[in-house]
Write a new protein. Structure first.
Length: 287
């Protein structure tokens, strides 16, 4: 790894086509800065993205990347990490991509505790398809396709992660640049599945969950007596319906990632003609 990598080295030559003011700009900048600060570089980084506005991020970042299909980014990220446990894997998605069609994959990626970072850009709406209610939209959120609101409670992604056995759960806000970078960086450094939900406002279709709303309502857990190693305290934060929080909600400091638990430590990215020299018993079974 290079010791003089800057976050700008992670910028591709493609210009983002997100709407001016979109929260995804800040989300991406924090991701790039966190990768650089943790000693990674584009040559040892793989970014996987799904569908939606967030899905474009692999095009705008300079690294190995794959733009997958809707809701399937996490299985791809898992496969990359199992094939190349030596590289940094970051998966990016949106609230629709991750908590609707991809919800089942989310649960299983969490419980496996694969050593990768999952960043979800949560704007509480489907932005790319012109403003339908998403899994995290408020129950009374009015859209063109749900004029009286979706009339169902929003998904609580942190609760879903905790119930699935998550070892790292965090919440950040794309506009709070330094804090957002810090939180993403902690997720990258975590040994296991680092899950960060990011409030990333949609300035075109969501006039409720705005920058001003989050600035006025967010409570930073760093400024409270919250202990992220205390699962009971994490549960209290997650089920606090009156407050929007920012920070690391829960972290298991004793976490052991999947590849270490199961001895997956070899480069399997090259498909051999026969069983490779020194292959693990798991790999040999397939040859």
């Amino acid at each position: 790894m290079s010791s003089d990598i800057r976050f700008t080295d992670f910028k591709s030559d493609k210009q983002p086509t997100w709407c001016p003011g979109c929260g995804d700009f800040g989300t991406m900048n924090g991701m790039m800065k966190a990768l650089a600060e943790t000693g990674n570089d584009p040559d040892n980084t793989f970014v996987v993205a799904g569908i939606g506005c967030s899905g474009k991020i692999g095009t705008y970042m300079h690294s190995y990347a794959l733009h997958g299909v809707h809701g399937r980014a996490l299985p791809v990220g898992t496969g990359v990490k199992m094939a190349r446990p030596d590289i940094e894997v970051m998966v990016a998605g949106g609230d629709g991509d991750g908590y609707s069609i991809g919800a089942g994959h989310f649960v299983h990626a969490v419980r496996r505790n694969v050593d990768m970072t999952y960043v979800v850009m949560d704007n509480r709406i489907y932005g790319l398809t012109k403003g339908q209610a998403s899994p995290t939209s408020r129950e009374d959120f009015e859209t063109s396709t749900s004029p009286e609101g979706p009339k169902q409670p929003p998904v609580n992604p942190h609760a879903l992660a905790l119930a699935s056995g998550a070892t790292f759960i965090a919440q950040s806000f794309s506009s709070d640049a330094l804090r957002h970078q810090e939180i993403i960086q902690k997720a990258v450094e975590h040994d296991g599945f680092g899950f960060v939900n990011v409030y990333s406002p949609c300035v075109t279709f969501n006039d409720v969950d705005t920058y001003d709303y989050f600035r006025d309502s967010l409570v930073d857990l760093k400024e409270t007596d919250h202990d992220p190693s205390d699962k009971a305290a994490a549960k209290d934060v997650i089920f606090d319906d009156e407050t929007e929080h920012q920070g690391v909600i829960y972290q298991d400091e004793e976490s052991v990632p999947y590849h270490e638990r199961h001895g997956v430590d070899e480069d399997m990215s090259v498909i051999p003609d026969g069983a490779p020299e020194g292959a693990t018993d798991l790999v040999r079974e397939f040859y």
